[in-house]
Structure formats: structure tokens, C-alpha cells
Ligand binder design. Structure first.
Ligand SMILES: Nc1ncnc2c1ncn2[C@@H]1O[C@H](COP(=O)(O)OP(=O)(O)O)[C@@H](O)[C@H]1O
Ligand SMILES: [Mg+2]
Length: 438
């Protein structure tokens, strides 16, 4: 429980964590040093200095005590006090014990003086700025001592703290700048990798610390290799399909010139099927590369595909359609994916409903039908290229090539999402969803 709490408190980003690693020790050291320093300076040093100032006061007091009369006392005290920079006078001026409230060392001076001479009549740190006024009784009347404050405690002790704080702030700013420079290459690598996952190739050059650069170079190598493989696959598929189309066209022409009998009709339908397959191959090879990403309305895409299917005479209806703000998508590719799903629903079921749902962070295009559906254990296979299932199971089925779902899945991935197959509770058939994260 407590472990989870601590984890939640920690910053999520690398920058935040690195900053924490920097700040915690630095702030701790600063804190400890400040506390120890303040303690020493305000307490110990002030006490020592006050003690030695009081030595001088006591010296003068004892001289006065041993003087034969008041004028001798005044004379002796003046002689002593002059070189010590103390102003002594016999006067009845009231001396209160007071200090300003933020005068921290003041209270230490009080306690030390009281400890040393409990007969002190007053200690005033406010009356004269930069001076300490003390009052004592003597046999010749009340005595007032004015001594420079610098004799009691170190001057401007807060300057040290200010300097330390200021240096800490400047160094922290420099450290944060440097830290940001270290984190930026990692962020760029993450951005390039996540974009590539969605099918975009961002310009990327490895930079930063050695390890980050190594990871960056490895990423580029991997990306190049994957791109090369995709390109080769695409080239092969489209090359083969394309090249086969020419002899196929020649065969069709030749068949057109032959007599219309059972054999030519069956040959013709074979040629048609081969043509359909080749078209599917070509389409698969091009999947997701149909168009470039633009800002587009998903509502429009969905409505368009449904209308198209209805015009073709299919029993498709538009269900719930959430208002979703325009998203950056490949509209042509996306409607191709949706067309494939609607096509499947119409081929393997009687009626289909298309919906557009707005879930947190994900737009969902859902096609549900009342057909036999795909059993759980076959769903993963169904997404793979060239996978077809038992045709007998399917009602209106003319056999396909087994690429429809694979293409739709590929297109969903190009958008950073996926194609999810499930069972539609209401209609009892397949529920295919294209999830597109926003
Ligand atoms: N709506 C559906 N209802 C039932 N089975 C389906 C549905 N959609 C696809 N399938 C099954 O998944 C297989 C693969 O579909 P797909 O990739 O579109 O290939 P094709 O439609 O070319 O056969 C189909 O052969 C079919 O058996
Ligand atoms: Mg299909």
C-alpha cells in the first residue's frame, strides 16, 4: 500500500525524476549546513563575543567600585572605556530590555548577559541603531554603557545565507538547463519510435549521451531494416500481381473470341476470380499507403461508407454516431478498412450496423452483424493475411482471398490503433472494431 503511494508521488517523466535525484541531496545538504551554521553563529559565537564584552564591562565596574569618590570613578571609567570604544555615563535614563522581533541573536545576548550579571538593570538593543545599551547600578548611581553591537555578535550573518541561497538558485538553474539538454535526445528518440510505430518516418539523428546515441543508432538500423522488408514485400506482391494481370487480360480476350459454351464460361469465371485475387493482393501491398494523413471528420467517413454499401443494395444501417472532433487520419485508407468490414458483414451475415463511438482517448468505428461470428480461438488467426475459414459455415459467401481483415488491421495500426474482433451481444454475430487513439 505504502509502496504504491510513494510511486504515485514520484514524478513520471525522466526530467522530473532526474531533477528529484539532483534536488533531494542538494536541498538536504543546504538545510543541514544552514541549521548547523545558524546554530553556531547565532548561539555559540554570539555567546562567546557577549562574554568577552561583559569582561570589559566588569573591568570598568570594578574600577568604579574601588574608586574613592564619584569624580575619581568617572575619571577612571573614562580612561578605561575610551580605548575600548565604550561610552560610559552616570545617568538616570530609563533602559528597557528590548529588541526588534526579527533580531535572532538579540535573545542570545540577553540570556548571556543575564547569566553573567543578573544585576543588570536593562539591555536595550533598539534605542541606538548598531549599539547595545546596558544599565547597571553602582555605589555612585546608575551607570549606562553604550557599546557597538559588533562587539556582541558577527555582523550581517544573514549575508552568508543569502549568498548560499543565491548560489544554490543559480547552480540549480544551470543544472536544470543541462538536465533538459540530456533528456531532450531521449524524448526525440521516443517520439521517432512512437511515430514509426504508427507508420510515419520522422527525421531523426542520434544525439546526446553515448548510451542514448547507441540506442538511437540501433533504432535507425532497425527502422531501415523494417522499411526495407516492407518495401520488398510490397514490391514483390505488387510486381507479381501486376505482371500476372497482362497474361490474364490476354486470356480474357482470347476467351471472348471463343464459343460461349460450358468450358469457356467456367474458364471465364476462373479468370474473374484470379482477377479479384490479384486486385486484393495489390490492395494488400498498398494497405495504408493509399493517402497521406490529413485532418478529417470520422463521422463523414462512416456515413459515406454506409451510404455506399446501402446503394450497393446491402442491408446496412447507421447506428449511434458520436460527435467526434476532426482527427488526423488517412481518410482513404480508413474508408477502405471500413469497407472491408462492412463487406465481410454483408457477405457472412444478413444485416449489419455501423457505429462511431467516442471513448476516452479512443475513437471506435464498430461494425456489428448477425452472422455466425468468428470463434474466440480463431480471431487472432483471422487477422493474419490469407486466412479464411470454412466456407460452408458462411451463408452468402463467395470465397474471398483472406486479406480483408488483415488489410483493415494494418490500416488501424498505421493510425496507432488496432482492429479488435468480438461477439455482438445484440445481433449475435461478429463485432469488429477499429480503435484509433487520439
Ligand atoms: N463478419 C463476419 N462474420 C463471420 N465470419 C467472418 C466475418 N468477417 C470475416 N469472417 C471470417 O474471417 C475470414 C477472413 O476474413 P477476411 O480477412 O475479410 O477474408 P475474406 O473476406 O477475403 O475471406 C473469412 O474467411 C471469414 O471466415
Ligand atoms: Mg473479407
Amino acid at each position: 500500500m505504502s509502496r504504491i503511494n510513494i510511486k504515485n508521488l514520484l514524478p513520471r517523466s525522466l526530467f522530473g525524476r532526474a531533477a528529484l535525484i539532483y534536488f533531494v541531496p542538494v536541498l538536504t545538504i543546504l538545510g543541514v549546513v544552514s541549521v548547523v551554521f545558524i546554530q553556531r553563529l547565532y548561539e555559540d559565537v554570539t555567546r562567546q563575543m557577549t562574554m568577552s564584552a561583559m569582561d570589559e564591562v566588569e573591568l570598568i565596574l570594578s574600577e568604579i567600585k574601588s574608586a574613592p569618590n564619584k569624580s575619581a570613578a568617572i575619571e577612571r571609567s573614562r580612561q578605561l572605556a575610551g580605548p575600548l570604544a565604550i561610552e560610559v555615563s552616570f545617568s538616570d535614563v530609563r533602559v528597557d530590555t528590548r529588541r526588534s522581533s526579527f533580531d535572532l541573536s538579540g535573545s542570545r545576548i540577553f540570556s548571556t548577559v543575564f547569566e553573567r550579571r543578573s544585576d543588570v538593570l536593562g539591555i536595550d538593543l533598539v534605542a541606538r541603531d548598531g549599539w547595545v545599551r546596558l544599565k547597571f547600578a553602582s555605589i555612585y548611581g546608575d551607570l549606562t554603557f553604550d557599546m557597538p553591537r559588533t562587539r556582541f555578535n558577527a555582523r550581517n550573518p544573514h549575508q552568508f545565507l543569502v549568498l548560499m541561497g543565491f548560489t544554490a538558485i543559480v547552480m540549480t538553474l544551470i543544472a536544470l538547463l543541462y538536465l533538459r539538454g540530456q533528456v531532450r535526445p531521449i524524448r526525440r528518440l521516443a517520439a521517432a519510435a512512437s511515430a514509426f510505430g504508427k507508420g510515419h518516418v520522422l527525421p531523426y539523428r542520434p544525439s546526446g549521451a553515448r548510451e542514448v546515441r547507441e540506442a538511437g543508432s540501433a533504432f535507425i538500423q532497425m527502422r531501415d531494416r523494417i522499411e526495407r522488408q516492407i518495401e520488398q514485400r510490397t514490391m514483390m506482391l505488387s510486381g507479381v500481381s501486376h505482371d500476372l494481370k497482362t497474361p490474364l487480360t490476354r486470356m480474357r480476350l482470347a476467351l471472348g473470341l471463343m464459343d460461349d459454351d460450358e468450358t469457356t464460361r467456367s474458364l471465364n469465371s476462373d479468370v474473374d476470380e484470379m482477377d479479384r485475387m490479384l486486385n486484393a493482393f495489390l490492395e494488400f501491398a498498398r494497405a495504408g499507403k493509399l493517402d497521406d494523413p490529413v485532418e478529417h471528420s470520422l463521422v463523414e467517413t462512416v456515413q459515406h461508407s454506409v451510404v455506399k454499401a446501402q446503394r450497393a443494395g446491402w442491408n446496412v444501417s447507421l447506428g449511434r454516431t458520436d460527435e467526434i472532433a476532426n482527427m488526423v487520419v488517412r481518410p482513404l485508407a480508413l474508408s477502405r478498412a471500413l469497407d472491408n468490414l462492412i463487406g465481410n458483414a454483408c457477405r457472412y451475415a444478413n444485416c449489419a450496423i455501423v457505429e462511431l463511438l467516442d471513448r476516452d482517448n479512443v475513437a471506435v468505428i464498430r461494425v456489428s452483424d448477425d452472422g455466425p461470428g468468428i470463434p474466440v480461438e480463431e480471431r487472432a488467426t483471422a487477422l493474419k493475411a490469407f486466412s479464411r475459414f470454412d466456407v460452408a459455415r458462411n451463408q452468402n459467401a463467395g470465397s474471398g482471398v483472406g486479406l480483408g481483415l488483415a488489410i483493415a488491421n494494418e490500416i488501424a495500426r498505421q493510425h496507432g490503433g488496432q482492429l479488435k474482433l468480438g461477439r455482438c451481444e445484440d445481433l449475435g454475430g461478429l463485432r469488429a472494431e477499429i480503435l484509433i487513439p487520439r
